[in-house]
Design a protein around this ligand. Structure first.
Ligand SMILES: [Zn+2]
Length: 256
């Protein structure tokens, strides 16, 4: 079996066909998916979606690309998270210096708030980092994120950065980018990340893996991520499924 550790099933292009997607997940033996929140405006609809489906889980947080009107306070995160059993993580959070160069200080301050909320709740973090690895690692250390750990999602940084994150109690999640021909850094990661530190994800509706590149992505496609990793490591795809599934349950403290 396989688990999609990061998707955006609540986005309208996917939530409109949730039953079809659940059927495809069933066929591909994708048993669970974690729906990552990107901000305040969508948290209610996200919670209502995951509440209707046993196999869906949620996180709470504001994506680094989003503006102040999507912001939660620490108190809001803590109260919403403690009221909803389906919320198992804080995120997605982190830093993105590639896409948004305007409000870097806001991103860093928000990232710190998310880590503080995660430590209060004892929840793991879902971290997005792009063109910002040095600051991401620095803030994780300063805010003692290793106390709660988490996952570096859709990870595309170097193996050296991955090692630093692993030392801080983080898992590394590989997305459909691993199936792209020229994604050499991600190929290297897929080979080197220890199996007990590996998660897999789609980040759907984005980043469809080969052979569906360019089409709409959904959690059932996470098997193509597992397949490519198994080919690169020269192991059975079931091994990738077994380890990444166990890691998911361990990290998000879910009983299978
Ligand atoms: Zn995402």
């Amino acid at each position: 079996m396989f688990i999609d550790s990061h998707c955006h099933l609540n986005f309208p292009e996917l939530s409109n066909k949730i039953d079809l997607i659940q059927d495809s997940m069933h066929i591909n033996r994708v048993t669970h998916a974690l729906v990552a929140n990107v901000g305040k405006k969508s948290i209610d609809s996200l919670i209502s979606l995951v509440s209707k489906h046993n196999n869906l889980l949620a996180s709470i947080g504001t994506h680094p690309e989003y503006d102040v009107d999507e912001e939660f306070s620490i108190d809001e995160i803590c109260s919403i998270a403690s009221l909803n059993k389906k919320i198992v993580a804080i995120g997605e959070t982190g830093l993105d210096y590639y896409k948004c160069k305007d409000y870097l200080e806001l991103q860093r301050e928000r990232f710190r708030i998310h880590i503080r909320a995660a430590r209060i709740l004892g929840f793991p973090l879902i971290v997005h980092t792009r063109s910002s690895a040095i600051d991401t690692i620095k803030i994780l250390k300063e805010e003692k994120a290793d106390e709660v750990g988490g996952v570096m999602h859709c990870f595309t940084e170097s193996w050296d950065v991955a090692k630093e994150a692993i030392d801080l109690n983080f898992f590394i999640s590989i997305s459909g980018i691993v199936t792209f021909k020229n994604a050499f850094a991600v190929h290297e990661l897929a080979l080197k990340v220890p199996l007990d530190k590996l998660l897999i994800e789609t980040d759907s509706p984005y980043l469809s893996p080969e052979p569906y590149r360019g089409k709409l992505n959904d959690p059932s496609n996470v098997i193509y991520v597992a397949k490519k990793i198994s080919e690169l490591r020269n192991i059975d795809i079931e091994e990738v499924g077994k380890h990444s599934t166990k890691n998911f349950f361990d990290l998000f403290k879910i009983s299978p």
